[in-house]
Design a protein around this ligand. Structure first.
Ligand code: NAP
Length: 309
């Protein structure tokens, strides 16, 4: 795949996502220079130790000077503040993108402040882990994963194609949708599962005062699969909940209705209803494997642990 490398990429935010991009940009030679910017001196120092860039600064305004691609990778609630800092320093023709997990809110926060001479293309790579910070990133995170753009109506086709080429070079498959649709889809495939995980782990934590260490001891029965999601970054997920409020509340309402249906089926011993639902959901798992979004290994992700045991 041939892509036109960027001269200077400015990474605003260098946590799991920003540092994974930095590692791939370096490895694949997608830019002549990488400027790393993060708000705290401690994270910046760590990024420098990890050699994630060529220049380092705690000033987002400084970082974007002379950049032809700016990638904002901060919690979605910080988008407006970043836009305000960088806007006066962006040069004409620069592509400005982000990786935030919600899109309508990021657009509302950033677009009004960005100058009309830049190409603002909101994006969201559907790739990540429950870890955060620059040490958590790794090269190859985006390989085989989707990256969704939610372009604005007047987006420049050439800039869009260039950014698409960038994400494809990282190994992603790129799709486009409107921001509201993105936020609805993500509410069900990502946001709701995380909220359910936070809730179930919280409930178990309350119960633990009763059951002592049994919740941990017998966690392999299912509970531990929720704990991975519930270990995700609290700041990121607080912001996702606050910035995709409507879609999440809609999905939670549907979820509660369906849960009440299950509850009634269990109460009244309606085994046929339970069996029908559990068979339907099993088929969904099969389609996820067929779509290459997971592998059909019975104990996926537990191999290293099993070897230790
Ligand atoms: P992360 O590892 O926690 O890193 C966050 C970065 O943002 C750090 O550089 C941090 O700086 C900076 N930051 C935190 N709060 C800030 C604020 N109020 N103002 C300015 N900068 C701030 O986070 P991440 O996982 O890379 O997530 C970054 C973005 O990617 C989020 O919008 C998230 O929704 C999205 N995303 C995450 C995942 C995932 O699985 N994690 C997947 C797809 C998309 P300091 O350390 O210097 O404070």
């Amino acid at each position: 795949m041939s892509i036109q490398p960027f001269k200077r990429i400015a990474l605003i935010g260098i946590g799991l996502i920003g540092s994974s991009i930095a590692r791939d940009v370096r490895k694949l030679g997608l830019a002549s220079e990488i400027v790393v910017s993060t708000r705290s001196a401690a994270t910046l120092e760590r990024a420098e130790e990890l050699r994630l860039g060529d220049f380092y600064t705690t000033s987002a305004a400084e970082a974007v000077k002379g950049a032809d691609l700016v990638i904002v990778s901060v919690p979605v609630g910080a988008s407006e503040s970043v836009a305000l800092q960088i806007a006066p320093h962006l040069r004409p023709g620069t592509i400005v993108t982000d990786v935030g997990s919600t899109k309508a809110s990021v657009i509302a926060q950033m677009q009004p402040h960005l100058p009309s001479h830049v190409h603002f293309i909101p994006g969201h790579p559907l790739a990540g882990t429950e870890k955060s910070g620059p040490d958590a990133g790794f090269s190859g995170l985006f390989k085989g994963r989707w990256c969704i753009f939610t372009p604005l109506p007047d987006t420049d086709a050439e800039a869009l194609a260039r950014l698409r080429g960038f994400w494809e070079a990282l190994g992603s498959r790129v799709d486009e949708m409107d921001p509201q649709h993105h936020d609805k889809v993500l509410a069900i495939v990502s946001h709701l599962p995380h909220i359910i995980a936070y809730n179930i782990v919280g409930t178990a934590d309350d119960l633990q005062t009763v059951t002592e260490s049994e919740v941990i001891q017998y966690s392999a029965s299912g509970f531990r699969d929720f704990t991975r999601l519930a270990a995700s970054d609290p700041t990121m997920w607080r912001d996702v909940c606050l910035h995709n409020k409507d879609a999440i509340l809609e999905m939670l309402a549907r979820f509660s209705e369906d849960l009440a249906y299950l509850q009634r089926a269990i109460r009244w011993g309606e085994g046929d209803k339970l069996y029908e639902l559990f068979s339907r959901t099993r088929a969904i798992r099969r389609s996820i494997v067929e779509a290459g979004q997971d592998v059909d290994v019975p104990d996926f992700g537990r191999h290293a642990l099993d070897k230790k045991e």
